[in-house]
Design a protein around this ligand. Structure first.
Ligand code: ATP
Ligand code: RIB
Length: 308
């Protein structure tokens, strides 16, 4: 069982030809309301890849909250510890332009009501999990508490330090088994410009020197870079035409965790994660774009046949 402790959002997605200038009004090409939030996206991706998933999150007391709780259950995610907070559900206002770039504004809502007691309430089940996945869309004291919990009980922790922040206390997160930033997050965390592959490697090495074990940097269409004590490996992305990359990083992480739990092999898990995310970026939305395990396995077989 994989535990995801984190956010859920309802995503309000505006598709535009280009981003509006200050003071300008533009008509959208399309609009949709879809399931999102970094924690829920990662949980759904792991569940789609066949993992048993337990999610600790706080939903709102509004129509979005009730809908999301039912949706997570329909995805097969254990919602035993979902908290119903007296607050509106978390929302994300997202703009996606014709180049598939996105800009996102978050309203934390109920996500801000998750607290350390919620982890303690779930302690008995969390202790038995093979991994705890965390991100930064909930209060940091929960993230730090969950990392200490994992260390104390021998449960490996995967931290996705997103959204990017300079306020993360690196000393408190360096015991994580997996640290998975994107390029922007890596740059902000290390205060090191990452405009070339060599610069990304240097920044990754700064984190390794601080005691982190496996740093996996997602690189968009370039794939992912895995840095560990004594090695660096680039796992290239699959060549596809992206239409919306919202939730691509989350899909990569959820798939990685599910395949790693099953195969105990980081390279296999990274290749599957690239495949899962490549299928997702070709469709609109976050969870609405995520493939099934069968889609991913067929895509990988198809790629092997093409390249052999
Ligand atoms: P987001 O914040 O939009 O969820 P992210 O910035 O966290 O995304 P990225 O590094 O952009 O994450 O992408 C995550 C993974 O998705 C990449 O490592 C890669 O596997 C896949 N991916 C993203 N963009 C593309 C693309 N254009 N073509 C193929 N794969 C892609
Ligand atoms: O990482 C993508 C997610 O970020 C979106 O689904 C949105 O909810 C924001 O949390």
């Amino acid at each position: 069982m994989i535990a995801v402790i984190g956010s859920n959002n309802m995503d309000l997605i505006s598709y535009v030809r280009r981003m509006p200038e200050p003071g300008e009004t533009l008509a959208m090409k399309d609009f949709s309301i879809a399931y999102g939030g970094k924690g829920a996206n990662q949980a759904v991706a792991a569940a789609r890849m066949g993992a048993d998933v337990l999610m600790l999150t706080a939903v709102g007391s509004d129509v979005f909250g009730r809908d999301i709780e039912a949706h997570l259950s329909a995805e097969g995610i254990c919602g035993k510890y979902i908290k119903r907070a007296d607050a509106p559900n978390g929302t994300a206002s997202i703009w996606v332009d014709d180049t598939a770039q996105n800009r996102i504004l978050i309203h934390k809502g109920a996500n801000a009501m998750l607290d350390v007691q919620d982890i303690e309430r779930a302690a008995e089940d969390l202790r038995k999990c093979s991994m705890i996945i965390l991100q930064l869309e909930v209060n940091y004291d929960i993230v730090y508490h969950a990392i200490s919990f994992g260390r104390e009980h021998g449960v490996p922790v995967l931290l996705n330090p997103a959204p990017a922040s300079t306020e993360v206390d690196k000393e408190r997160v360096c015991s994580c088994a997996f640290f998975m930033p994107n390029e922007t997050e890596l740059e902000i965390l290390t205060n090191h410009v990452v405009d070339t592959m060599d610069a990304i490697k240097e920044a990754g090495k700064i984190l390794l020197a601080q005691g982190m074990k496996n740093i996996i940097v997602t690189l968009g269409s370039k794939g992912a870079l895995w840095l560990y004590e004594g090695g660096v490996e680039l796992i290239p992305a699959f060549a596809v035409e992206a239409v919306d990359t919202t939730g691509a990083g989350d899909s990569f992480i959820g798939c990685f965790a599910a395949v790693y739990e099953r195969e105990k092999d980081i390279r296999i898990a990274l290749r599957s994660a690239n495949a899962f995310a490549a299928l997702g970026v070709q469709k609109k939305g976050a969870q609405s774009s995520y493939p099934t395990r069968r889609d991913v396995e067929q895509f990988i077989i198809g790629d092997c046949e093409c390249t052999s």
